[in-house]
Write a protein that binds this ligand. Structure first.
Ligand code: AMP
Ligand code: ZN
Length: 136
């Protein structure tokens, strides 16, 4: 289903023009308007889902196949040295457009970007507690 007033629904379904680099029945892949690096692209499912939790399992599987295909295209055509996949869910995680999208960010030597987190140093006991909390 498409969602009214969702900009990525409109882009994915061709109602708003975009710089499309790949399209199939389920997805459109577009260039990000404010790219982190040259070729930064977004995989957009044509069916609306707010985030990964709402995305049907088969669409999630197919999104990764598209990531593999278009990631290789970016690497080969733009001579990228690496590739980050980034996928934010929820405002607290940095999601600003509430239609699932998977970022493909080609990386280049000395591109000046830092797509990372600050590592923390929990104790072994703390890690054990978290592990139990998740598994039990
Ligand atoms: P996120 O923070 O994961 O929700 O990422 C949203 C991304 O969408 C950002 O990188 C924006 O630059 C990008 N973006 C927002 N609107 C558009 C648009 N109309 N066309 C292309 N990219 C967009
Ligand atoms: Zn949408």
């Amino acid at each position: 289903m498409k969602k009214a007033d969702c900009i990525f629904c409109k882009i994915a379904n061709g109602e708003i023009p975009s710089r499309t680099i790949y399209e199939d029945e389920q997805f459109r892949v577009i260039l990000d308007l404010s790219p982190a690096t040259k070729g930064h692209a977004l995989i957009l499912p044509k069916e609306h889902a707010d985030n990964l939790f709402e995305l049907p399992e088969d669409v999630a599987t197919d999104a990764m196949k598209v990531a593999k295909k278009v990631g290789a295209l970016l690497r080969d055509k733009l001579n990228a040295d690496g590739l980050n996949l980034v996928q934010n869910n929820g405002a607290e995680a940095g999601q600003t457009v509430m239609h699932f999208h998977l970022h493909l960010i080609p990386r280049y030597k000395e591109d000046g970007q830092n797509i990372n987190w600050n590592p923390t140093a929990p104790s072994a006991e703390e890690l054990d507690t978290i592990c139990k909390q998740i598994v039990e």
